[in-house]
Design a protein around this ligand. Structure first.
Ligand SMILES: NC(=O)c1ccc[n+]([C@@H]2O[C@H](COP(=O)([O-])OP(=O)(O)OC[C@H]3O[C@@H](n4cnc5c(N)ncnc54)[C@H](OP(=O)(O)O)[C@@H]3O)[C@@H](O)[C@H]2O)c1
Length: 238
């Protein structure tokens, strides 16, 4: 039986990913802070799965919790890091900035290291991290969120280069969603996709071991265009 761990499985993309991967026969390890939501998810899934609570802002403790879950499960071949925080910054407030940096950057990097150690030891594996289309642009009221997601995309690109050089059969997948309807997204932004559709495209890309997945697919073309635009031009649209 194939085994996967999802960090950030209590809500949104991570939760729907658990439902769709369990449907495909995966045995899952589900991580997040809210144990009640993880238990509710567990009750919905076919088969037997594992739960491990974690707060990725306690980076070192979270590393130990991921290591312990990997050991409990047996042979984990896919780890998806979905935990993320996106807060509006009407005012510049350190508490909000720090939370985004702690979860989206520090927590992300800390757990990536554990995943990479596991896959290197195992001789193969698949790490997927959820970044965002936000990595390609900047925002006056979302200064920190964009910057943290630029870190995630760049970090994963470097990690991919590293494993290619090592010759190990480890896949690194960068997932960049546009807007997908989850509790993180407020209002009705452009081209908002239902979570089932977004995650179904994510699962197709993961099973094909793609390096890069845009959800939904059209955001790939938006990314190509904005990457070519100079900042003075981009500023007119943001
Ligand atoms: N929805 C979109 O349109 C969209 C677009 C681009 C990128 N993304 C990215 O997709 C990922 C998932 O977001 P979502 O839309 O599914 O949002 P969501 O429904 O709010 O889910 C966020 C997840 O992150 C977990 N999390 C937050 N803080 C955590 C912490 N300190 N420790 C451990 N886990 C923590 C939450 O679990 P607990 O609160 O239970 O800990 C929850 O499972 C994020 O990285 C987000 O930036 C989403």
């Amino acid at each position: 039986m194939k085994q996967a761990i999802i960090v950030g499985a209590s809500s949104g993309l991570g939760c729907e990913l658990a439902i769709q991967l369990a449907d495909k026969g995966y045995q899952l390890g589900l991580m997040a802070r809210r144990e009640g939501l993880l238990n509710e998810l567990l009750d919905k899934l076919p088969g037997s799965h594992f739960i491990q609570t974690t707060d990725v802002t306690n980076a070192e403790q979270s590393q130990t919790e991921l290591q312990e879950l990997i050991a409990r499960m047996g042979d984990v071949e896919l780890i998806v890091l979905s935990s993320g925080v996106g807060l509006f910054e009407q005012k510049l407030e350190w508490a909000a900035e720090r939370e985004m940096i702690d979860v989206n950057v520090r927590g992300f990097a800390a757990l990536t290291i554990v995943a990479m150690e596991h896959f290197t030891q195992r001789g193969a594996g698949h790490l997927a991290g959820i970044s965002s289309m936000a990595a390609h642009v900047f925002g006056a009221r979302t200064v920190t969120y964009h910057a943290t997601k630029a870190f995630v995309s760049n970090y994963l690109a470097g990690m991919r280069q590293r494993v290619i050089r090592s010759g190990l059969p480890i896949t690194i997948t960068t997932i960049e969603p546009g807007f997908v309807k989850t509790p993180m997204v407020h209002g009705k932004p452009l081209w908002m996709a239902p979570v089932e559709k977004g995650v179904s495209q994510m699962v197709t890309g993961l099973l094909k071991k793609k390096n890069h997945i845009f959800i939904t697919k059209r955001w790939r073309y938006v990314a190509m265009v904005v990457d070519l635009m100079p900042h003075w031009l981009l500023r007119k649209f943001l």
